[in-house]
Design a protein around this ligand. Structure first.
Ligand SMILES: CCCCCCCCCCCCC/C=C/[C@@H](O)[C@H](COP(=O)(O)O)NC(=O)CCCCCCCCCCCCCCC
Ligand SMILES: Nc1ncnc2c1ncn2[C@@H]1O[C@H](COP(=O)(O)OP(=O)(O)O)[C@@H](O)[C@H]1O
Ligand SMILES: [Ca+2]
Length: 523
Protein backbone atom coordinates (compact mmCIF):
# COMPACT_ATOMS: atom_id res chain seq x y z
CA UNK A 1 0.00 0.00 0.00
CA UNK A 2 1.27 3.46 -0.82
CA UNK A 3 0.68 6.94 0.46
CA UNK A 4 0.71 9.63 -2.19
CA UNK A 5 0.56 13.27 -1.31
CA UNK A 6 -2.53 14.30 -3.21
CA UNK A 7 -2.44 17.10 -5.79
CA UNK A 8 -6.17 17.64 -5.52
CA UNK A 9 -7.07 21.21 -4.61
CA UNK A 10 -8.83 22.05 -1.40
CA UNK A 11 -12.02 20.22 -1.87
CA UNK A 12 -15.24 22.12 -1.43
CA UNK A 13 -16.96 18.80 -0.72
CA UNK A 14 -14.41 17.95 1.92
CA UNK A 15 -12.83 14.97 0.06
CA UNK A 16 -9.14 14.25 -0.46
CA UNK A 17 -8.08 17.63 0.76
CA UNK A 18 -4.69 16.52 1.96
CA UNK A 19 -1.91 18.90 1.01
CA UNK A 20 1.80 18.95 1.37
CA UNK A 21 3.46 22.06 2.66
CA UNK A 22 6.41 21.20 0.44
CA UNK A 23 5.36 21.91 -3.10
CA UNK A 24 8.45 20.20 -4.51
CA UNK A 25 7.35 16.89 -3.11
CA UNK A 26 3.84 17.25 -4.49
CA UNK A 27 5.12 18.00 -7.96
CA UNK A 28 7.31 14.89 -8.08
CA UNK A 29 5.06 12.01 -8.99
CA UNK A 30 7.78 9.46 -8.19
CA UNK A 31 7.85 10.55 -4.58
CA UNK A 32 6.03 7.61 -3.14
CA UNK A 33 6.49 6.34 0.38
CA UNK A 34 5.69 2.66 0.85
CA UNK A 35 3.84 2.06 4.13
CA UNK A 36 6.68 -0.17 5.34
CA UNK A 37 9.00 2.86 5.22
CA UNK A 38 6.84 5.13 7.33
CA UNK A 39 8.47 5.69 10.70
CA UNK A 40 5.54 7.37 12.46
CA UNK A 41 2.42 9.43 11.89
CA UNK A 42 1.35 12.16 14.27
CA UNK A 43 -1.09 15.00 14.49
CA UNK A 44 0.62 18.33 13.84
CA UNK A 45 0.16 21.23 16.18
CA UNK A 46 -0.41 24.29 14.02
CA UNK A 47 0.83 27.54 15.42
CA UNK A 48 -0.55 30.90 14.44
CA UNK A 49 2.46 31.85 12.35
CA UNK A 50 2.09 28.80 10.11
CA UNK A 51 -1.62 29.44 9.88
CA UNK A 52 -1.19 33.00 8.73
CA UNK A 53 1.34 32.21 6.04
CA UNK A 54 0.93 30.93 2.47
CA UNK A 55 -2.19 29.45 0.98
CA UNK A 56 -3.40 28.16 4.39
CA UNK A 57 -4.60 31.68 5.10
CA UNK A 58 -7.68 30.83 3.09
CA UNK A 59 -8.53 27.90 5.32
CA UNK A 60 -10.70 28.86 8.23
CA UNK A 61 -9.07 26.46 10.73
CA UNK A 62 -6.64 24.04 9.10
CA UNK A 63 -5.76 20.64 10.52
CA UNK A 64 -2.62 18.74 9.71
CA UNK A 65 -0.75 15.52 10.26
CA UNK A 66 2.92 14.73 9.75
CA UNK A 67 4.30 11.56 8.25
CA UNK A 68 7.88 10.71 9.26
CA UNK A 69 9.42 8.45 6.65
CA UNK A 70 12.69 7.01 5.45
CA UNK A 71 14.63 8.94 2.88
CA UNK A 72 17.63 7.35 1.21
CA UNK A 73 20.83 9.37 0.99
CA UNK A 74 24.30 8.69 -0.36
CA UNK A 75 26.15 5.43 0.39
CA UNK A 76 23.26 3.43 1.91
CA UNK A 77 22.59 6.11 4.49
CA UNK A 78 19.00 6.46 5.65
CA UNK A 79 17.52 9.58 7.14
CA UNK A 80 14.22 10.26 8.83
CA UNK A 81 12.42 12.90 6.80
CA UNK A 82 8.97 14.37 7.28
CA UNK A 83 6.10 15.64 5.25
CA UNK A 84 3.05 17.48 6.59
CA UNK A 85 -0.38 17.13 5.07
CA UNK A 86 -2.91 19.87 5.60
CA UNK A 87 -6.62 19.54 5.63
CA UNK A 88 -9.64 21.76 6.23
CA UNK A 89 -11.81 19.00 7.59
CA UNK A 90 -10.89 17.86 11.10
CA UNK A 91 -12.74 14.57 10.76
CA UNK A 92 -11.01 13.73 7.50
CA UNK A 93 -7.66 14.57 9.03
CA UNK A 94 -8.35 12.26 11.98
CA UNK A 95 -9.45 9.51 9.60
CA UNK A 96 -6.12 9.75 7.79
CA UNK A 97 -4.18 9.61 11.04
CA UNK A 98 -6.24 6.66 12.26
CA UNK A 99 -5.90 4.76 8.98
CA UNK A 100 -2.15 5.29 8.81
CA UNK A 101 -1.67 4.26 12.43
CA UNK A 102 -3.65 1.08 11.81
CA UNK A 103 -1.50 0.44 8.76
CA UNK A 104 1.64 0.71 10.89
CA UNK A 105 0.13 -1.50 13.61
CA UNK A 106 -0.66 -4.17 11.04
CA UNK A 107 3.06 -4.54 10.27
CA UNK A 108 3.83 -7.34 12.67
CA UNK A 109 7.55 -7.43 11.98
CA UNK A 110 8.04 -4.03 13.66
CA UNK A 111 9.42 -4.25 17.20
CA UNK A 112 7.45 -2.67 20.04
CA UNK A 113 9.68 -3.51 22.98
CA UNK A 114 13.46 -3.68 22.95
CA UNK A 115 16.22 -4.51 25.40
CA UNK A 116 19.23 -2.26 24.80
CA UNK A 117 22.80 -2.84 26.02
CA UNK A 118 25.22 0.06 25.74
CA UNK A 119 28.98 -0.44 26.04
CA UNK A 120 30.13 3.00 27.24
CA UNK A 121 33.78 2.11 26.57
CA UNK A 122 33.57 0.80 22.98
CA UNK A 123 35.28 2.61 20.09
CA UNK A 124 35.66 6.30 20.87
CA UNK A 125 33.60 5.91 24.08
CA UNK A 126 30.61 7.59 22.50
CA UNK A 127 28.07 4.75 22.90
CA UNK A 128 25.91 6.44 25.52
CA UNK A 129 25.85 9.79 23.71
CA UNK A 130 25.11 8.14 20.35
CA UNK A 131 22.18 6.24 21.85
CA UNK A 132 20.73 9.21 23.72
CA UNK A 133 21.12 11.76 20.93
CA UNK A 134 20.58 9.78 17.75
CA UNK A 135 18.69 6.60 18.56
CA UNK A 136 16.39 7.17 21.56
CA UNK A 137 14.52 10.08 19.89
CA UNK A 138 13.77 7.89 16.86
CA UNK A 139 12.61 4.97 19.03
CA UNK A 140 10.33 7.41 20.93
CA UNK A 141 8.94 8.77 17.69
CA UNK A 142 8.17 5.22 16.52
CA UNK A 143 6.54 4.40 19.91
CA UNK A 144 9.11 1.72 20.69
CA UNK A 145 9.74 1.22 24.38
CA UNK A 146 13.28 0.35 25.35
CA UNK A 147 14.76 -1.02 28.57
CA UNK A 148 18.32 0.27 28.62
CA UNK A 149 21.27 -1.33 30.41
CA UNK A 150 24.59 0.51 30.42
CA UNK A 151 27.18 -2.19 30.92
CA UNK A 152 29.53 -1.92 33.87
CA UNK A 153 32.01 -4.60 32.92
CA UNK A 154 32.81 -7.08 30.16
CA UNK A 155 30.28 -9.96 30.03
CA UNK A 156 27.66 -7.87 31.83
CA UNK A 157 25.29 -8.06 28.85
CA UNK A 158 25.98 -11.74 28.27
CA UNK A 159 25.31 -12.72 31.89
CA UNK A 160 22.24 -10.49 32.04
CA UNK A 161 20.71 -12.29 29.05
CA UNK A 162 20.67 -15.52 31.11
CA UNK A 163 18.73 -13.79 33.90
CA UNK A 164 16.08 -11.56 32.31
CA UNK A 165 12.84 -12.62 30.69
CA UNK A 166 14.06 -12.22 27.12
CA UNK A 167 10.80 -13.49 25.66
CA UNK A 168 8.93 -10.29 26.46
CA UNK A 169 11.18 -8.41 24.02
CA UNK A 170 10.92 -8.21 20.23
CA UNK A 171 14.63 -7.62 19.91
CA UNK A 172 17.92 -7.08 21.68
CA UNK A 173 19.98 -4.06 20.66
CA UNK A 174 23.68 -3.64 21.31
CA UNK A 175 25.38 -0.26 21.15
CA UNK A 176 29.08 -0.90 20.57
CA UNK A 177 31.41 -2.72 18.22
CA UNK A 178 31.80 -6.26 16.93
CA UNK A 179 33.03 -7.39 20.36
CA UNK A 180 29.88 -6.08 21.99
CA UNK A 181 27.72 -7.73 19.35
CA UNK A 182 29.60 -10.96 19.98
CA UNK A 183 28.87 -10.71 23.68
CA UNK A 184 25.14 -10.16 23.15
CA UNK A 185 25.01 -12.94 20.55
CA UNK A 186 26.71 -15.38 22.97
CA UNK A 187 24.19 -14.45 25.65
CA UNK A 188 21.24 -14.91 23.33
CA UNK A 189 22.36 -18.14 21.63
CA UNK A 190 23.48 -19.58 24.98
CA UNK A 191 20.18 -18.70 26.64
CA UNK A 192 18.10 -20.22 23.81
CA UNK A 193 20.14 -23.46 23.93
CA UNK A 194 19.79 -23.62 27.70
CA UNK A 195 16.03 -23.12 27.50
CA UNK A 196 15.82 -25.77 24.75
CA UNK A 197 17.91 -28.28 26.71
CA UNK A 198 20.72 -28.31 24.14
CA UNK A 199 24.30 -28.97 25.25
CA UNK A 200 26.59 -26.46 23.48
CA UNK A 201 29.61 -28.65 24.25
CA UNK A 202 28.58 -31.29 21.75
CA UNK A 203 29.90 -29.98 18.42
CA UNK A 204 27.57 -32.27 16.43
CA UNK A 205 24.30 -31.15 18.00
CA UNK A 206 22.14 -28.96 15.77
CA UNK A 207 21.51 -25.70 17.62
CA UNK A 208 18.11 -24.09 18.26
CA UNK A 209 17.58 -21.00 16.10
CA UNK A 210 17.04 -17.64 17.77
CA UNK A 211 13.89 -15.88 16.62
CA UNK A 212 14.56 -12.76 18.72
CA UNK A 213 16.40 -10.38 16.40
CA UNK A 214 19.56 -8.48 17.32
CA UNK A 215 20.04 -4.85 16.35
CA UNK A 216 23.44 -3.19 16.14
CA UNK A 217 23.94 0.50 16.77
CA UNK A 218 27.54 0.97 15.65
CA UNK A 219 29.76 2.56 18.30
CA UNK A 220 32.88 0.38 18.16
CA UNK A 221 36.28 0.35 16.49
CA UNK A 222 35.77 -1.77 13.36
CA UNK A 223 31.99 -2.35 13.25
CA UNK A 224 32.35 -4.72 10.34
CA UNK A 225 29.17 -6.69 11.19
CA UNK A 226 27.16 -3.50 10.87
CA UNK A 227 28.99 -2.38 7.71
CA UNK A 228 28.61 -5.74 5.99
CA UNK A 229 24.90 -6.07 6.80
CA UNK A 230 23.74 -2.46 6.34
CA UNK A 231 26.35 -0.94 4.02
CA UNK A 232 27.32 1.97 6.24
CA UNK A 233 28.36 2.70 9.80
CA UNK A 234 25.73 5.19 10.82
CA UNK A 235 23.70 4.95 14.05
CA UNK A 236 20.63 6.70 12.59
CA UNK A 237 20.49 4.34 9.60
CA UNK A 238 20.78 1.31 11.89
CA UNK A 239 18.05 2.66 14.20
CA UNK A 240 15.73 3.06 11.19
CA UNK A 241 16.40 -0.55 10.09
CA UNK A 242 15.36 -1.61 13.60
CA UNK A 243 12.21 0.55 13.56
CA UNK A 244 10.93 -0.84 10.24
CA UNK A 245 11.53 -4.37 11.55
CA UNK A 246 14.05 -5.58 8.97
CA UNK A 247 15.22 -9.15 9.23
CA UNK A 248 18.55 -10.53 7.97
CA UNK A 249 19.47 -14.09 8.89
CA UNK A 250 23.12 -14.70 9.68
CA UNK A 251 25.34 -17.80 9.67
CA UNK A 252 27.18 -18.47 12.91
CA UNK A 253 30.26 -20.66 13.36
CA UNK A 254 30.67 -22.66 16.54
CA UNK A 255 34.21 -23.29 17.79
CA UNK A 256 35.05 -26.33 19.89
CA UNK A 257 38.11 -28.08 21.23
CA UNK A 258 38.00 -31.60 22.65
CA UNK A 259 34.22 -31.60 22.97
CA UNK A 260 34.30 -28.32 24.84
CA UNK A 261 32.50 -25.30 23.47
CA UNK A 262 34.77 -22.27 23.14
CA UNK A 263 33.00 -19.51 21.23
CA UNK A 264 30.75 -18.49 18.34
CA UNK A 265 31.87 -16.32 15.45
CA UNK A 266 30.01 -14.39 12.75
CA UNK A 267 32.61 -12.17 11.15
CA UNK A 268 36.33 -12.96 11.33
CA UNK A 269 37.88 -15.97 12.98
CA UNK A 270 41.55 -15.33 12.33
CA UNK A 271 44.79 -17.02 13.41
CA UNK A 272 48.22 -15.52 12.79
CA UNK A 273 48.14 -11.96 11.45
CA UNK A 274 44.72 -10.85 12.75
CA UNK A 275 45.08 -12.82 16.00
CA UNK A 276 48.40 -11.13 16.70
CA UNK A 277 47.04 -7.67 15.84
CA UNK A 278 44.18 -8.17 18.27
CA UNK A 279 46.36 -9.48 21.07
CA UNK A 280 48.77 -6.57 20.76
CA UNK A 281 45.98 -4.00 20.37
CA UNK A 282 44.17 -5.05 23.55
CA UNK A 283 47.02 -3.48 25.55
CA UNK A 284 46.46 -0.22 23.70
CA UNK A 285 42.72 0.27 24.16
CA UNK A 286 43.44 3.82 25.30
CA UNK A 287 44.36 4.65 21.70
CA UNK A 288 40.78 3.95 20.54
CA UNK A 289 40.21 2.57 17.02
CA UNK A 290 43.73 3.73 16.00
CA UNK A 291 45.16 0.86 18.05
CA UNK A 292 44.43 -1.53 15.19
CA UNK A 293 46.54 0.50 12.72
CA UNK A 294 49.39 0.76 15.20
CA UNK A 295 49.32 -2.96 16.06
CA UNK A 296 48.70 -3.77 12.39
CA UNK A 297 51.89 -2.01 11.38
CA UNK A 298 53.84 -3.67 14.20
CA UNK A 299 52.49 -7.13 13.36
CA UNK A 300 53.22 -6.57 9.69
CA UNK A 301 56.85 -5.79 10.53
CA UNK A 302 57.19 -8.85 12.80
CA UNK A 303 56.19 -11.04 9.82
CA UNK A 304 55.56 -14.04 12.03
CA UNK A 305 54.43 -17.29 10.43
CA UNK A 306 52.85 -20.31 12.08
CA UNK A 307 53.02 -23.99 11.25
CA UNK A 308 50.08 -26.29 11.46
CA UNK A 309 47.51 -28.43 9.71
CA UNK A 310 44.20 -27.24 8.35
CA UNK A 311 41.57 -29.80 7.36
CA UNK A 312 38.20 -28.87 5.94
CA UNK A 313 35.06 -30.16 4.27
CA UNK A 314 34.31 -28.10 1.15
CA UNK A 315 30.78 -26.72 1.05
CA UNK A 316 29.14 -28.81 -1.67
CA UNK A 317 25.56 -27.77 -1.02
CA UNK A 318 26.19 -24.06 -1.59
CA UNK A 319 25.55 -22.37 -4.88
CA UNK A 320 28.33 -19.77 -5.09
CA UNK A 321 32.13 -19.69 -4.90
CA UNK A 322 34.53 -17.29 -3.10
CA UNK A 323 35.93 -16.19 -6.49
CA UNK A 324 32.51 -15.03 -7.77
CA UNK A 325 32.25 -11.46 -8.89
CA UNK A 326 28.74 -11.04 -7.45
CA UNK A 327 28.52 -10.18 -3.77
CA UNK A 328 25.78 -10.79 -1.19
CA UNK A 329 23.08 -8.11 -1.41
CA UNK A 330 19.51 -7.55 -0.18
CA UNK A 331 17.33 -10.56 -1.05
CA UNK A 332 20.45 -12.52 -2.14
CA UNK A 333 19.44 -15.42 -4.38
CA UNK A 334 22.48 -17.50 -3.39
CA UNK A 335 21.54 -17.38 0.31
CA UNK A 336 17.92 -18.18 -0.60
CA UNK A 337 18.80 -21.12 -2.85
CA UNK A 338 21.25 -22.59 -0.36
CA UNK A 339 18.68 -22.45 2.41
CA UNK A 340 16.13 -24.17 0.15
CA UNK A 341 18.68 -26.88 -0.67
CA UNK A 342 19.39 -27.40 3.01
CA UNK A 343 15.70 -27.73 3.80
CA UNK A 344 15.25 -30.25 0.98
CA UNK A 345 18.15 -32.27 2.40
CA UNK A 346 16.55 -32.17 5.84
CA UNK A 347 13.28 -33.44 4.38
CA UNK A 348 15.14 -36.35 2.78
CA UNK A 349 16.98 -37.04 6.05
CA UNK A 350 20.35 -36.18 4.50
CA UNK A 351 21.51 -33.64 7.06
CA UNK A 352 24.05 -36.05 8.55
CA UNK A 353 25.59 -36.73 5.14
CA UNK A 354 28.52 -34.51 6.19
CA UNK A 355 30.04 -37.52 7.96
CA UNK A 356 30.85 -39.09 4.58
CA UNK A 357 31.95 -35.89 2.86
CA UNK A 358 35.66 -35.86 2.03
CA UNK A 359 38.15 -33.91 4.12
CA UNK A 360 40.92 -31.96 2.45
CA UNK A 361 44.11 -31.66 4.51
CA UNK A 362 46.70 -28.89 4.10
CA UNK A 363 49.89 -28.75 6.13
CA UNK A 364 52.05 -25.69 5.95
CA UNK A 365 53.50 -22.46 7.23
CA UNK A 366 50.91 -19.73 7.35
CA UNK A 367 51.02 -15.99 7.88
CA UNK A 368 47.28 -15.95 8.33
CA UNK A 369 44.39 -18.38 8.53
CA UNK A 370 41.11 -16.49 8.23
CA UNK A 371 37.63 -17.95 8.29
CA UNK A 372 34.91 -15.44 7.49
CA UNK A 373 31.14 -15.91 7.60
CA UNK A 374 30.56 -12.66 5.78
CA UNK A 375 32.60 -10.32 3.57
CA UNK A 376 33.98 -8.45 6.64
CA UNK A 377 33.69 -5.23 4.70
CA UNK A 378 34.49 -2.21 6.84
CA UNK A 379 35.75 1.33 6.24
CA UNK A 380 39.38 0.07 6.18
CA UNK A 381 38.46 -2.39 3.44
CA UNK A 382 35.11 -1.59 1.76
CA UNK A 383 35.05 -4.91 -0.11
CA UNK A 384 36.27 -6.94 2.88
CA UNK A 385 38.41 -10.00 3.47
CA UNK A 386 36.28 -12.14 1.16
CA UNK A 387 34.15 -9.92 -1.08
CA UNK A 388 31.88 -12.72 -2.32
CA UNK A 389 31.18 -14.33 1.08
CA UNK A 390 27.50 -14.64 1.97
CA UNK A 391 25.67 -13.62 5.11
CA UNK A 392 23.29 -16.56 5.19
CA UNK A 393 24.43 -19.38 2.89
CA UNK A 394 25.48 -21.81 5.63
CA UNK A 395 29.16 -21.64 4.71
CA UNK A 396 32.33 -19.75 5.56
CA UNK A 397 35.23 -18.72 3.33
CA UNK A 398 38.51 -20.14 4.56
CA UNK A 399 41.46 -18.02 3.46
CA UNK A 400 44.95 -19.49 3.81
CA UNK A 401 47.86 -17.09 3.40
CA UNK A 402 51.05 -19.09 3.26
CA UNK A 403 54.48 -17.85 4.25
CA UNK A 404 55.67 -15.34 1.64
CA UNK A 405 57.94 -12.31 1.53
CA UNK A 406 57.00 -9.16 3.41
CA UNK A 407 56.64 -7.38 0.08
CA UNK A 408 54.20 -9.97 -1.25
CA UNK A 409 52.21 -9.89 1.98
CA UNK A 410 51.96 -6.11 1.65
CA UNK A 411 50.72 -6.53 -1.94
CA UNK A 412 48.11 -8.93 -0.62
CA UNK A 413 46.99 -6.47 2.11
CA UNK A 414 46.87 -3.52 -0.26
CA UNK A 415 44.50 -5.43 -2.56
CA UNK A 416 41.91 -5.30 0.25
CA UNK A 417 41.69 -1.61 -0.40
CA UNK A 418 41.47 -1.53 -4.22
CA UNK A 419 39.67 -3.31 -7.05
CA UNK A 420 42.33 -6.00 -7.62
CA UNK A 421 41.64 -9.62 -6.68
CA UNK A 422 43.30 -10.40 -3.33
CA UNK A 423 43.02 -14.14 -3.99
CA UNK A 424 45.05 -13.97 -7.19
CA UNK A 425 48.40 -14.82 -5.59
CA UNK A 426 50.16 -18.21 -5.60
CA UNK A 427 50.55 -18.03 -1.81
CA UNK A 428 46.83 -17.38 -1.14
CA UNK A 429 44.15 -20.09 -1.26
CA UNK A 430 40.47 -19.66 -0.57
CA UNK A 431 37.86 -22.36 -0.02
CA UNK A 432 34.17 -22.26 0.78
CA UNK A 433 33.68 -24.63 3.72
CA UNK A 434 31.05 -25.93 6.12
CA UNK A 435 33.50 -27.33 8.67
CA UNK A 436 37.20 -27.05 9.33
CA UNK A 437 39.82 -27.91 11.92
CA UNK A 438 43.18 -26.45 12.71
CA UNK A 439 45.97 -27.87 14.85
CA UNK A 440 49.22 -26.03 15.37
CA UNK A 441 52.44 -27.95 14.75
CA UNK A 442 53.39 -27.34 18.32
CA UNK A 443 50.33 -29.26 19.54
CA UNK A 444 50.76 -32.01 16.92
CA UNK A 445 54.35 -32.53 18.05
CA UNK A 446 53.28 -32.63 21.68
CA UNK A 447 50.50 -35.09 20.98
CA UNK A 448 52.70 -37.37 18.89
CA UNK A 449 55.33 -37.58 21.61
CA UNK A 450 53.65 -36.99 24.92
CA UNK A 451 56.45 -38.73 26.77
CA UNK A 452 58.88 -36.03 25.82
CA UNK A 453 58.17 -33.63 28.67
CA UNK A 454 60.83 -31.21 27.48
CA UNK A 455 58.89 -30.50 24.29
CA UNK A 456 55.78 -29.60 26.26
CA UNK A 457 57.63 -26.73 27.83
CA UNK A 458 59.17 -25.38 24.70
CA UNK A 459 59.32 -21.66 24.19
CA UNK A 460 59.22 -19.71 20.98
CA UNK A 461 61.53 -22.03 19.09
CA UNK A 462 62.00 -25.75 18.62
CA UNK A 463 63.88 -27.20 21.58
CA UNK A 464 65.39 -29.94 19.39
CA UNK A 465 67.19 -27.53 17.12
CA UNK A 466 67.88 -24.28 18.97
CA UNK A 467 69.80 -22.86 16.05
CA UNK A 468 67.50 -23.86 13.20
CA UNK A 469 64.82 -21.23 13.91
CA UNK A 470 61.97 -23.53 12.89
CA UNK A 471 59.06 -21.55 14.17
CA UNK A 472 56.96 -23.31 16.74
CA UNK A 473 55.37 -20.24 18.28
CA UNK A 474 51.63 -20.20 18.71
CA UNK A 475 49.36 -17.38 17.72
CA UNK A 476 45.93 -16.71 19.21
CA UNK A 477 42.59 -16.60 17.45
CA UNK A 478 40.81 -13.36 16.77
CA UNK A 479 37.15 -14.33 17.17
CA UNK A 480 35.03 -11.31 16.15
CA UNK A 481 37.46 -9.08 18.04
CA UNK A 482 37.76 -11.31 21.12
CA UNK A 483 40.91 -13.32 21.77
CA UNK A 484 40.69 -17.08 21.95
CA UNK A 485 43.68 -19.01 23.20
CA UNK A 486 43.53 -22.44 21.67
CA UNK A 487 46.05 -23.97 19.31
CA UNK A 488 43.50 -26.52 18.10
CA UNK A 489 39.96 -25.73 17.04
CA UNK A 490 37.07 -27.46 15.37
CA UNK A 491 34.74 -25.09 13.58
CA UNK A 492 31.35 -25.68 12.00
CA UNK A 493 28.93 -23.28 10.35
CA UNK A 494 25.31 -23.17 11.52
CA UNK A 495 23.16 -21.85 8.70
CA UNK A 496 21.09 -18.78 9.65
CA UNK A 497 21.30 -19.36 13.40
CA UNK A 498 20.59 -15.74 14.36
CA UNK A 499 18.66 -12.85 12.84
CA UNK A 500 19.57 -9.19 12.66
CA UNK A 501 17.50 -6.04 12.25
CA UNK A 502 19.05 -5.44 8.82
CA UNK A 503 18.37 -6.32 5.18
CA UNK A 504 21.82 -6.74 3.67
CA UNK A 505 23.32 -4.09 1.41
CA UNK A 506 20.76 -2.63 -0.98
CA UNK A 507 21.49 -2.43 -4.70
CA UNK A 508 20.62 0.79 -6.42
CA UNK A 509 19.82 0.78 -10.12
CA UNK A 510 22.20 3.68 -10.38
CA UNK A 511 24.69 3.44 -7.53
CA UNK A 512 25.74 7.02 -8.22
CA UNK A 513 22.25 8.37 -7.65
CA UNK A 514 21.65 8.88 -4.00
CA UNK A 515 18.46 10.82 -3.64
CA UNK A 516 16.44 7.74 -4.26
CA UNK A 517 12.87 6.86 -3.66
CA UNK A 518 12.32 3.27 -2.67
CA UNK A 519 10.80 2.29 -6.02
CA UNK A 520 14.19 2.88 -7.58
CA UNK A 521 15.62 -0.05 -5.67
CA UNK A 522 16.12 -3.40 -7.27
CA UNK A 523 14.64 -6.14 -5.14
C1 LIG B 1 48.45 -1.15 3.62
C2 LIG B 1 47.05 -1.11 4.07
C3 LIG B 1 46.45 -2.47 4.26
C4 LIG B 1 45.09 -2.40 4.82
C5 LIG B 1 44.50 -3.75 4.95
C6 LIG B 1 43.20 -3.65 5.59
C7 LIG B 1 42.54 -4.96 5.77
C8 LIG B 1 41.42 -4.76 6.72
C9 LIG B 1 40.59 -5.98 6.91
C10 LIG B 1 39.75 -5.78 8.10
C11 LIG B 1 38.99 -6.98 8.45
C12 LIG B 1 38.19 -6.70 9.66
C13 LIG B 1 37.53 -7.90 10.16
C14 LIG B 1 36.75 -7.54 11.37
C15 LIG B 1 37.15 -7.75 12.57
C16 LIG B 1 36.38 -7.26 13.75
O1 LIG B 1 35.39 -8.21 14.09
C17 LIG B 1 37.33 -7.03 14.88
C18 LIG B 1 36.62 -6.46 16.10
O2 LIG B 1 35.99 -5.26 15.82
P1 LIG B 1 35.60 -4.21 16.98
O3 LIG B 1 36.83 -3.55 17.42
O4 LIG B 1 34.61 -3.25 16.35
O5 LIG B 1 34.96 -4.97 18.11
N1 LIG B 1 38.34 -6.09 14.45
C19 LIG B 1 39.62 -6.44 14.32
O6 LIG B 1 40.03 -7.51 14.62
C20 LIG B 1 40.53 -5.37 13.81
C21 LIG B 1 41.22 -5.78 12.58
C22 LIG B 1 41.97 -4.59 12.16
C23 LIG B 1 42.73 -4.80 11.00
C24 LIG B 1 43.57 -3.61 10.71
C25 LIG B 1 44.59 -4.00 9.77
C26 LIG B 1 45.54 -2.92 9.52
C27 LIG B 1 46.72 -3.47 8.80
C28 LIG B 1 47.75 -2.46 8.63
C29 LIG B 1 48.94 -3.07 7.96
C30 LIG B 1 49.92 -2.01 7.71
C31 LIG B 1 51.02 -2.40 6.82
C32 LIG B 1 51.76 -1.18 6.47
C33 LIG B 1 53.02 -1.46 5.80
C34 LIG B 1 53.76 -0.25 5.37
N1 LIG C 1 31.36 -1.59 30.69
C1 LIG C 1 32.34 -2.27 30.12
N2 LIG C 1 33.61 -2.17 30.57
C2 LIG C 1 34.61 -2.84 29.97
N3 LIG C 1 34.45 -3.66 28.90
C3 LIG C 1 33.21 -3.80 28.43
C4 LIG C 1 32.11 -3.11 29.00
N4 LIG C 1 30.99 -3.44 28.29
C5 LIG C 1 31.39 -4.29 27.33
N5 LIG C 1 32.71 -4.52 27.40
C6 LIG C 1 33.55 -5.35 26.52
O1 LIG C 1 34.29 -4.49 25.64
C7 LIG C 1 34.72 -5.25 24.53
C8 LIG C 1 34.86 -4.42 23.29
O2 LIG C 1 33.70 -3.77 23.04
P1 LIG C 1 33.28 -3.17 21.63
O3 LIG C 1 31.97 -2.47 21.87
O4 LIG C 1 33.30 -4.19 20.59
O5 LIG C 1 34.37 -2.05 21.37
P2 LIG C 1 35.60 -2.00 20.34
O6 LIG C 1 35.03 -2.04 18.98
O7 LIG C 1 36.27 -0.70 20.62
O8 LIG C 1 36.45 -3.18 20.62
C9 LIG C 1 33.70 -6.37 24.39
O9 LIG C 1 34.40 -7.56 24.46
C10 LIG C 1 32.78 -6.25 25.58
O10 LIG C 1 32.60 -7.51 26.20
CA1 LIG D 1 28.16 -17.41 5.11
Amino acid sequence: MELRPSRAPADSEGRAAAYSRRARLISEPENVVPACEIVAVEETEIDKKQCDSGKWQKMSKPHAFTVHYIKRARNHRWRCSEITFWCIDEQLCNQWIQALKELLDSQKSRPKRLLVYINPYGGKRQGKRIYEQKVAPLFNLASISADVVITEHANHAKDNLFEVNIYKYDGIVCVGGDGMFSEVMHGLIGRIQKDSGIDQNNPKTPLAQCSIRIGIIPAGSTDCICYATVGIIDPETSALHIIVGDCQPLDVSSIHHNNTFLKYSVSLLGYGFYGDILKDSEKKRWMGPMRYDFSGFKTFLSHQYYEGTVSFQPAKGTVGSPRDKESCRTGCHICRQTKQLEEQQKNYGLEHKEVEDEWKVIKGKFLAINAVNMSCACPRSPKGLSPAAHLADGSADLILVRKCSRFNFLRYLVRHTNQDDQFDFPFVDVYRVKRFQFTSKHLEDNESDIKDVGKKRFGQFCSDHPACCCNLANSTWNCDGETLDSSAVEVRVHCQLVKLFARGIEIYKDEAAYNLSSNELLS
